[in-house]
Design a protein around this ligand. Structure first.
Ligand SMILES: [Zn+2]
Length: 113
């Protein structure tokens, strides 16, 4: 990501189209509060797909100052949970797969609640 003053714009990188120049309001800047990692996303005007990439704080703040929307997010709380049960085994996955193959699984679960 690179901020450009003349003309005003943000140069971003689409994985398929490489460097693309956009208006600042077309690039959403994001920061993960837990890791302080900066990134951005945009809809690429060339391939019309959503693209995302990491960036550094400096260019991110310049894009925000120029009008880019800003989002913050946190890592899922589940990452910090402690689990005391036994680790998941291959057998557990096979058992889950067999359970999911039951045609009346939802009804069976409703009766157990
Ligand atoms: Zn593209």
């Amino acid at each position: 990501m690179r901020f450009m003053e003349q003309p005003l714009g943000v140069e971003v990188v689409c994985p398929d189209c490489e460097h693309v120049r956009l208006d600042p309001d077309e690039v959403t800047v994001r920061v993960c509060i837990d890791t302080v990692e900066w990134s951005y996303w945009f809809m690429c005007p060339l391939c019309e797909r959503r693209a995302t990439a990491g960036t550094r704080q400096g260019p991110a703040l310049e894009a925000i100052a120029a009008g880019s929307p800003f989002e913050s997010w946190r890592l899922p709380a589940e990452l910090f949970e402690r689990h005391d049960g036994p680790p998941l085994q291959l057998f557990d996955l096979l058992e889950l797969k067999l359970d999911l193959m039951q045609p009346n699984l939802v009804e069976a679960l409703r009766h157990e609640i």
